[in-house]
Design a protein around this ligand. Structure first.
Ligand SMILES: [Mg+2]
Length: 262
């Protein structure tokens, strides 16, 4: 069960993982950006963006999101060291980074789902390249919408991996990289010694469940089922935490390199 981060002992233990060679990795929606009714309107608040940009001058920063990379960069309003989209499947490198066979499969699925869910009000199908998101936040009968979505997904061939979320069902090709594998690869690519990962969704449990000694999970929002080490009560607490992290790293820089591994 995760423990609340803003307690004396927890903060002391957490601070121990904060160093210049730590990768600070984040989910986007519900973690850096508040959840909004219209998923197209999500934004990272200016103060959060500001402190993340300061953090980038002190350590490596990565985003691993269910959104497409392009969409995520727009919402962030800046470009971190690494942005991985589509739940871990979409990596940078322009078109060469895309898994076109997965994109094609998702296009095929989108057409099938569009036909199957055409008469279901309040359901929106978002095509993101290597994955699809079926949103039903706007449905007047969310339970029914979810049932219809699940029935439509069951008819897909080949069968996808599905990941639930807040009023959304994500449809991902079975062979696509998940967030856990993506974070492990990011650690290696960016040459970091450890990672602290922040997330609030079922997809983020992929990271938390890896149970690696060099990856620390922070769940945004209390969830006793989460495999994360720590949790924050709400998304708005991320700003204070980021400020503390930047403060720790800045004081490390001033007091010399011996602090970097502390
Ligand atoms: Mg999220």
């Amino acid at each position: 069960m995760p423990s609340y981060l803003f307690q004396f002992e927890e903060l002391a233990a957490f601070t121990h993982h904060v160093a210049a060679d730590t990768l600070f990795a984040f989910d986007l929606d519900g973690t850096l950006a508040p959840i909004v009714a219209d998923y197209g309107q999500a934004r990272v608040a200016k103060p959060v963006r500001g402190v993340l940009q300061r953090l980038m001058g002190l350590a490596k920063v990565a985003i691993i999101t269910g959104r497409s990379r392009q969409d995520a960069i727009g919402i962030l309003g800046f470009q971190p060291h690494l942005v991985i989209g589509n739940h871990g499947a979409e990596w940078p490198g322009q078109n060469s980074g895309r898994r076109w066979e997965l994109v094609q499969l998702c296009l095929k699925w989108r057409d099938r789902l569009h036909t199957a869910l055409f008469y279901e009000p309040g359901v929106e199908i978002e095509f993101k390249g290597e994955s699809l998101s079926l949103h039903y936040r706007k449905s007047e009968d969310p339970q029914r919408a979810l049932m219809m979505i699940n029935a439509a997904i069951e008819d897909l061939d080949p069968a996808p991996r599905t990941i639930g979320g807040k009023y959304v069902v994500n449809v991902v090709p079975a062979e696509a990289l998940g967030k856990g594998e993506a974070l492990a690869a990011a650690l290696e690519q960016l040459g970091c010694s450890r990672a602290i990962y922040f997330g609030d969704d079922e997809t983020d449990e992929d990271v938390f469940r890896m149970a690696r000694g060099d990856i620390f999970g922070v769940h945004v929002g209390r969830n006793d089922q989460s495999a994360a080490t720590y949790y924050l009560n709400q998304q708005s607490e991320i700003l204070g935490l980021l400020n503390s992290i930047v403060g720790v790293l800045e004081s490390c820089c001033e007091s010399g390199p011996e602090c970097a591994d502390g």
